[in-house]
Design a protein around this ligand. Structure first.
Ligand SMILES: [Zn+2]
Length: 260
């Protein structure tokens, strides 16, 4: 079984070279660049340098788009701004030769789930069209979400993959929060693709789903690793408040399990 583990986070522009070296030493093979509040890699020249460091370190980078996105907004301007934020990430991804841009699709906002799905599908198709026009080699990865009142159930994301021909991000902490278990059998059916880009961390949740991300427990890591399909290339980005520490714990746990 082939799994790459790594944290959400690479420091800021200045820290990236040092961080990537550190990751390489620690056996970390992946990292996600969180553009949580804004796209902070601003120009092609900076991106080219980061790409070089990433190539040398062997760390596979992905991008997480800003949280302020609603592809189902009734407000046309807000919807267009959401698309632009994702497109900006795609442009930077193309500079970095990063293949995956992960994003949260948006909210039902009082609309039916069916109508929300159609709106979001249309938005993704539009973004895809513009990515294609720019000849950016990037895969759009809508993420499975942990709050039940937020768009992004397993079936919604897998339908988007089929109908909008996009890629996906399976957040196992979110799946746990939304459904009460990891739903691996259902996920295998919903996502037959060879490559799985995933998120994981500890999570607090209640009736409405996700409350917050917390430190990842070893027991939970073991539980998940045992369930994962063996015939896939899996990347697991840790999004706990201690993403590096928890990635290392995941790597160690996985190594021990493989030896048994
Ligand atoms: Zn996310």
């Amino acid at each position: 079984m082939n799994i790459k583990f790594g944290p959400a986070g690479v420091g800021g522009v200045k820290e990236i070279p040092k961080r990537l070296k550190e990751y390489e030493k620690l056996g970390i093979k992946a990292a996600e660049i969180p553009f949580t509040y804004q796209v902070w890699i601003k120009d092609k020249k900076t991106a080219a340098k980061i790409k070089d460091y990433a190539d040398k370190s062997g760390v596979e980078l992905s991008i997480h788009a800003p949280y302020w996105i609603n592809l189902n907004s009734k407000d046309k301007i807000k919807k267009e701004k959401s698309k632009k934020r994702i497109l900006r990430c795609c442009e930077v991804a193309n500079w970095l030769n990063v293949k995956r841009v992960v994003f949260h699709c948006g909210y039902y906002g009082g609309m039916s789930k069916e109508k929300s799905y159609l709106n979001i599908k249309e938005s993704i198709l539009d973004i895809k069209e513009r990515v294609k026009k720019n000849k950016w080699q990037v895969k759009l990865c809508p993420e499975i979400m942990g709050k039940k009142n937020v768009f992004g159930s397993i079936s919604e994301i897998s339908e988007l993959v089929k109908e909008a021909k996009c890629s996906f991000c399976i957040d196992f902490a979110h799946v746990l929060a939304r459904y009460g278990n990891y739903k691996v059998q259902e996920l295998k059916k919903a996502f037959p693709q060879k490559k799985w880009h995933c998120h994981f961390s500890g999570i607090e949740y209640g009736e409405k789903g996700e409350k917050r991300h917390i430190k990842t427990k070893k027991k939970r890591i073991k539980e998940l690793l045992k369930l994962l399909p063996k015939n896939k290339q899996i990347t697991i980005i840790n999004e706990s408040p201690f993403p590096i520490k928890d990635s290392i714990l995941s790597i160690k746990t996985f190594e021990l399990m493989k030896r048994k």
